[in-house]
Design a protein around this ligand. Structure first.
Ligand code: SF4
Length: 63
């Protein structure tokens, strides 16, 4: 199973991920984007977010 992870030090908080794919990405109370736990991630949607992420900081990791 692969999971999207975020390199938070490169995140510019553009919120493209949370706007486009709120089932996967959420802004937490501390003001950081986090990836929600899912059994399976919507690959096409996440790939689209990866392509558009302004910080270029989301990537897939084998879980
Ligand atoms: S799209 Fe990328 S840079 Fe923008 S908030 Fe999400 S992780 Fe951060």
């Amino acid at each position: 199973m692969k999971k999207p992870v975020i390199e938070l030090s490169d995140c510019v908080l553009c919120e493209i991920c949370t706007d486009y794919c709120p089932s996967v990405f959420r802004m937490n109370d501390a003001g950081f984007v986090e990836v929600l736990e899912m059994v399976e991630y919507p690959e096409e949607d996440v790939d689209e977010v990866i392509k558009n992420c302004l910080g270029d900081c989301i990537f897939w990791q084998e879980a």
